[in-house]
Design a protein around this ligand. Structure first.
Ligand code: F6R
Length: 586
């Protein structure tokens, strides 16, 4: 993970770098640092904490320069300390590096470099990069060639930027298995992990491919492959607006994005029919379909599997992207991988599809970020169209994923649905917001919370639990309601909150029996349903909808519950501890 940005400009870059980092804090926010070339030296300032901490640092006042790089960190190798924050420097401080990813052979390289006299100041894998380049410079190579020689010794997945003290008009960016994009801003150019960091300045971008090195100057750039051969790229015009990153009247992005679902779900439903048909043809034309995702996207995949079987008798297997390796022996030319991802940059997902492609499988994807690696590496993609999601917890992207999945299931089964009725229902769900804020207060001291549901409601139980644990840090688990009696009931004692997803569908009576079993053991049951029942201690009323749409109207109250529980417990819901939005490491 981590966010990196570099800028070469005709004016001071410090503010631009800090602003760019703020827009990438979703990628990591445990420590932060900046390096600016002041004409003579590279001045580096780094702190533990978020960009706002760095912005208060008094040393920044005397820092200025027209070229610099910056980093927001999600620790992988080495603890969260100022020494481990980036940029990292070579021994003579003439080379500064910021890095996103993992250098797998760093230990070996570090041992070799230490034997040659290099002194390391951090415990990160990153720090070997400036030292390695420094070593290659000693052979008489110029900076670009030394960088290429160093890159060819690295193993792992990475994107990093290099600033040389002795070249104060250019930055280098290197990409292998982690995103890196050049932004072309007229009198200033950028190179960064995400377009969000420079979207305010330009919509013209170049997406580097794996095994590429870019040299970026104020008003020009050159790209080579790792063999040093020049590569030409087309310039893309970005579709997203910088204004979509404003919180508007909301206190947090997470709450704003929960509310945006009134519209975003229906934007996602609005797919081009020909594109959906093409998608369906591919799905039907193979022997085996594997649906792949991680976290919330995995929960959307579980719903896709239910719907494809239920509505179109299309068998599909769902696999956690990080567990895909065990299925490789079954993958061949007659296999289709359907990858679901908000960011399109999740390393586990990209690794699964790359392995699948090597074995001849075709790849479809459902993605939010149009310019993502997954979108570019898939044979065909349907987009969520819900705009950028900034809150670390997936909210509007989940329901947009469901909308795309419904669109596919409708075409596969030649059916349609009353979306106007659904739209009214989605608007009505927001009537329970105050009640959810109240329930978050009621369960302020709860240590555990369980979620149950059957059939299509089971993935929503998993999703409700994931949202609650990641935002509020309450221990939460989702269970298939029928599994309670096979072990989980032992966890239930007096006062333990259990959220029962029990809409008026074919699972209603069975789940109600499970609620009775829970009540008999002292649980406090929050019933999420369109049918009131005295068994519920608290009744969260959802609107009645066609049974396949219950997941949509159930999950929104659960997102609110997680959001308000975080607020009650004094956590910032936009930036949960230890997490990052785009998980670009395996
Ligand atoms: C949970 C959450 C994560 C992501 C997961 C996959 O709220 O956001 O579990 O769903 O990291 O991310 P994408 O969908 O970007 O592949």
């Amino acid at each position: 993970m981590c966010g990196i940005i570099g800028c070469v400009s005709d004016s001071d870059v410090l503010e631009i770098l800090l602003d760019g980092l703020t827009n990438m804090e979703y990628r990591g926010y445990d420590s932060v640092g900046v390096g600016v070339h002041d004409g003579k030296t590279i001045k580096v300032i780094k702190v533990v904490g978020r960009v706002a901490e760095l912005a208060k640092n008094p040393d920044l006042k005397s820092t200025c320069g027209k070229i610099g790089l910056a980093h927001t960190r999600w620790a992988t190798h080495g603890g969260v300390t100022p020494e481990n924050a980036h940029p990292h420097l070579s021994c003579d401080r003439s080379i500064a590096v910021v890095h996103n990813g993992i250098i797998e052979n760093y230990q070996l390289l570090k041992n070799e470099l230490e034997l040659k006299g290099h002194i390391f100041r951090s415990t990160t894998d990153t720090e070997i990069i400036p030292h390695l380049i420094e070593e290659e410079l000693k052979t008489g190579r110029n900076q670009r060639d030394a960088l290429l020689a160093a890159v060819n010794k690295l193993k792992g997945s990475y994107a990093f930027l290099v600033l040389f003290r002795d070249l104060n008009d250019r930055l280098y960016g290197v990409r292998k298995d982690a995103p890196l994009i050049i932004g072309l801003g007229g009198n200033k150019n950028f190179v960064a992990s995400d377009v969000l960091s420079f979207l305010k300045h330009t919509k013209e971008a170049i997406f580097l491919d794996n095994f590429e090195v870019a040299e970026v100057r104020r008003n020009s750039y050159t790209i080579w492959n790792f063999n040093g051969e020049e590569v030409l790229h087309t310039i893309s015009t970005l579709a997203w607006e910088a204004t979509s990153f404003q919180k508007k009247e909301f206190t947090h992005y997470t709450l704003k994005e929960i509310h945006e679902q009134r519209e975003s779900i229906f934007k996602a439903f609005n797919q081009d029919i020909n594109e959906v048909d093409r998608f369906c043809l591919s799905l039907q034309g193979v022997n085996r379909v594997y649906i792949i995702g991680a976290g919330t996207s995995y929960h959307a995949a579980l719903i896709a599997k239910h719907l494809f079987i239920k509505m179109a008798k299309l068998p599909a297997e769902v696999i956690l992207a990080s567990e895909f390796e065990d299925y490789i022996p079954l993958v061949d030319e007659d296999t289709l991988l359907l990858a679901i991802s908000q960011s399109g940059e999740t390393a586990d997902v990209l690794s699964a599809i790359n392995v699948g492609k090597r074995k001849g499988a075709s790849v479809l994807s459902i993605v939010n970020t149009p310019t993502s690696s997954l979108a570019r590496e898939s044979d065909y993609t349907l987009y969520l169209k819900c705009g950028p999601e900034v809150g670390v917890a997936a909210t509007k992207s989940f329901t947009a994923q469901l909308a795309v999945i419904y669109s596919i299931a409708f075409r596969l089964s030649n059916t349609a649905a009353d979306l106007q009725r659904l739209s009214k229902a989605v608007n009505r769900v927001f009537d329970v917001e105050r009640q959810l804020a109240y329930l978050a207060q009621v369960f302020l001291t709860a240590k555990d919370c369980y979620f149950i549901g059957r059939g299509l409601n089971y993935p929503i139980a998993l999703e409700g639990a994931l949202k609650l644990k990641e935002l509020s840090y309450i221990h939460a688990e989702g269970f298939a309601a029928g599994e309670l009696k096979h072990g989980t009931l032992a966890l239930i004692s007096e006062g333990v909150p259990v959220v029962a997803l029990n809409p008026n569908d074919k699972t209603y009576h069975d789940t109600l029996s499970n609620v009775a079993e829970l009540k008999a053991r002292g649980a406090k049951v929050i019933g999420v349903s369109d049918v009131a029942n005295p068994l519920y201690d608290y009744y969260v009323e959802i609107p009645s909808v066609e049974s396949i749409f219950y997941p949509i109207v159930e999950v929104i109250p659960l997102q609110m519950f997680a959001y308000y529980s975080a607020l009650e417990r004094g956590q910032n819901p936009d930036y949960p501890r230890n997490l990052a939005k785009s998980v670009t490491v395996k």
